[in-house]
Design a protein around this ligand. Structure first.
Ligand code: ZN
Length: 220
């Protein structure tokens, strides 16, 4: 019997690469996709499409964060264009508590189906500075899971796997290529237009990664 894993899948390049990484490691992958009121549904369709292409099971969970508090949830807040990426400021695209929430659902899912690993495509190198993408957050969350689950009470562990956390965006692009991730099915842009906007943090980090890796992005 193959080992089970829950994959947090957003439809972007990082989470899609994480799914393919887990498949390569021989995991039986159960993808968890959230419809959490984000600006557009395009990334949900992308996530489900990537899971389908990979032959992995997927479940889309609809949750609501009616208090908003992020440009990704509130269309009245503009998504910053061509923002300086070097600063220490956390941008308005930060979603309050997002990875705390997503990992909680993933932990419940993993425990219910007997999965020993949760994979998340968090990256703390070429990123927007979100605090819930950093290694210290993942370590703290891991420690919390060790206290709060029946699984851990029984002496077993649900591990959080973060294979991309120390990779550069160019490194992720190269890994995606080597794993044959269907890059053309992924969607990273914070805006849901017909084509990626090219000016949001997510588009620019992705473009820089492809450029540094000297590879053409098939989505463009
Ligand atoms: Zn964009």
């Amino acid at each position: 019997m193959s080992k089970k894993a829950v994959i947090l899948l957003s439809g972007g390049l990082d989470s899609s690469t994480t799914l393919y990484y887990a498949l390569r490691q021989g995991y039986d992958c159960h993808c968890l996709v959230f419809d959490y009121g984000q600006r557009h549904k395009k990334e949900i369709r992308a996530a489900l499409g990537v899971a389908r292409r990979a032959g992995a099971r997927s479940v889309c969970v609809k949750i609501s964060l009616p208090w908003k508090g992020s440009a990704l949830l509130d269309t009245k807040i503009a998504v910053p264009r061509n923002r300086a990426l070097e600063g220490q400021d956390i941008p308005v695209t930060y979603v309050p508590g997002r990875n705390i929430i997503f990992l909680s659902f993933a932990a419940s899912f993993a425990e219910a189906i007997g999965a020993g690993t949760i994979f998340i495509g968090a990256n703390a190198v070429d990123y927007s500075g979100y605090p819930d993408c950093r290694p210290e957050f993942m370590r703290a969350y891991q420690a919390m899971l060790g206290r709060g689950l029946k699984t851990s009470f029984q002496g077993k562990k649900i591990k959080i796997g973060t294979p991309l956390i120390h990779l550069s965006k160019a490194g992720i692009v190269k890994l995606a290529l080597s794993l044959k991730v269907p890059i053309e099915l992924t969607w990273s842009c914070y805006n849901g237009g017909a084509k990626p906007c090219g000016t949001c943090d997510s588009c620019r980090l992705r473009a820089a990664g492809f450029s540094q890796a000297n590879i053409q992005d098939k989505i463009l």
